[in-house]
Design a protein around this ligand. Structure first.
Ligand SMILES: Nc1nc2c(ncn2[C@@H]2O[C@H](COP(=O)(O)OP(=O)(O)OP(=O)(O)O)[C@@H](O)[C@H]2O)c(=O)[nH]1
Ligand SMILES: [Mg+2]
Length: 453
């Protein structure tokens, strides 16, 4: 029973106000790379409600196995933390549980890494039941190997009542508190995995309904804050919350869009990606992200006004590969062109053309510039012969058989006394014209196209 209790996320960052951030410049990374990544960490902390008071960068050939940084640097940061009155040290790279523990001992202050910051933002923004379960799963997976260092206060908070109410008879003979906590958290993790599998099945059902109705899906994907939700709103008149914050959207939204050729398609908006996206989060959000692996077209939205636009594109491609969506057809959309100067955007588009062999569309979700071109591109890139129809066309309407040949692929054709039996793959409009002679109405579950228009 207790495992069903509603859970609150671990709010580590909300109790951090002033952070010192630490980056390491490893071979192959420039100082500018590290700076850009620290800028992003600062934005993440800001979104999470904490402020960066000091930055430290160390150049190293490799991270130190025990303390990530060198011993001298660790002592220096400990002094700095005391001097500026910081209440946490946040590393831009992931620390192992042992490194984290050692660093906390040496610096006498809370030590966090990028992953826990991202997890915390997700915890603050999750609103649906599924989203909350996904975040909690990711948090507990992160926490489990760190129980020893962070002590029971945190583990109880993270496991909520699952890890909490151990006072009364919770502990078996000879078990340490740590073992009890670990066991309870593992039980909670199994429960969350089961729940999430259930949500996944509901999603499967909806997706296969769409497949049966032959509705095509374009999925908005991209770096966090690129303007995915803004584009969804601009294209479909949806009212998804838009914010100049990272990871504003966690719950997927699905909206219909009528194309000029009469087709109705579906556009989905989902959680954004980021460089060094914690693996546990990807795993926890698999079912949400699978929405993109199924899409007929990925609309990869890029903030063209961002100095790191290109590395963000590559980071998104990495995540797409991780979730198995890298083979989907992809359309790059350079957004926020109202904010960038034209020469910069054109240069970016040119590089993408030569380096990635792709033709980006330039848009602004705010001014509406380029949106017509984007819908045209959607028409072009969504395969149009989506309707497998079969039926019997009377001889008086042989013009329709001709139409099927002209505008589609006829798979099977036969003749009897009254007309032609036909199986064909056709586009939307041809299916509409053939409609009354078909065995099954391909539009049965869609709104009447002329009403929707
Ligand atoms: N100037 C300008 N700002 C934009 C444009 N599109 C989005 N924005 C702004 O960029 C910020 C992020 O927009 P969102 O639509 O929330 O971005 P998102 O990709 O959905 O972000 P997450 O859901 O957080 O991953 C907001 O402040 C938007 O107002 C645009 O074309 N031009
Ligand atoms: Mg969004």
């Amino acid at each position: 029973m207790e495992d069903d209790a509603p859970q609150e996320g671990v709010d580590i960052i909300r109790r951090v106000e002033r952070a010192v951030v630490v980056g390491v410049q490893l071979p192959g990374r420039t100082g500018a790379d590290v700076d850009a990544s620290l800028d992003e960490l600062a934005a993440l902390l800001d979104t999470a409600g904490a402020q960066v008071v000091e930055r430290v960068v160390q150049r190293r050939d490799a991270p130190d196995a025990a303390t990530f940084l060198g011993g001298g640097k660790v002592a220096e940061i400990a002094d700095l933390v005391a001097a500026v009155g910081a209440d946490a040290v946040v590393f831009d790279d992931d620390l192992t549980p042992a490194q984290q523990r050692t660093l906390e001992e040496r610096m006498h202050q809370k030590v966090l890494d990028r992953t826990i910051v991202i997890l915390d933002i997700f915890a603050q923004h999750a609103s649906s039941k599924e989203g909350k379960a996904q975040v909690e799963l990711a948090q507990l997976t992160y926490l489990l190997p760190r129980l020893r260092g962070w002590g029971t206060a945190l583990s109880r908070q993270a496991g909520g009542r699952a890890a909490g109410g151990v006072g009364i008879g919770g502990r078996g003979p000879g078990e340490t508190q740590l073992e009890v906590d670990r066991r309870r958290i593992m039980r909670r993790i199994s429960k969350l995995r089961r729940d999430l599998a259930g949500y996944g099945r509901i999603r499967d059902t909806k997706a296969s309904e769409r497949e049966r109705n032959q509705v095509q899906v374009a999925a908005l994907v991209g770096y966090t804050n690129a303007g995915k939700s803004s584009l969804l709103n601009a294209l479909t008149g949806a009212d998804v919350a838009v914010e100049d914050k990272l990871f504003a959207t966690l719950d997927p939204t699905v909206r219909r869009l009528a194309l000029d050729d009469g087709r109705e398609i579906v556009i989905t908006d989902t959680v954004g990606f980021i460089a060094k996206l914690p693996h546990g989060l990807v795993e926890a959000f698999t079912s949400t992200l699978e929405e993109s692996t199924r899409a007929d077209l990925l609309l990869h939205v890029v903030d063209a006004s961002h100095a790191e636009a290109e590395s963000q594109i590559l980071a998104v491609k990495d995540v797409l590969q991780e979730i198995g969506a890298d083979q989907r057809p992809e359309q790059l959309v350079l957004n926020k062109i109202d904010r960038a100067d034209r020469a910069t955007v054109d240069a970016l588009a040119r590089r993408l053309r030569t380096e990635l062999d792709t033709e980006p569309v330039l848009v602004s979700a705010v001014t509406g510039e380029g949106l017509d071109e984007l819908t045209e591109r959607l028409e072009l890139r969504l395969p149009s012969l989506r309707y497998r129809v079969s039926g019997h066309v009377p001889y008086a309407r042989q013009d329709l058989v001709a139409l099927a040949h002209r505008r589609g692929t006829v798979v099977k054709e036969g003749y009897d006394e009254t007309g032609t039996t036909l199986v064909a793959d056709v586009d939307h409009d041809a299916a509409l014209e053939l409609r009354h002679y078909l065995d099954d109405d391909p539009f049965a579950e869609e709104p009447e196209p002329w009403e929707a228009g």
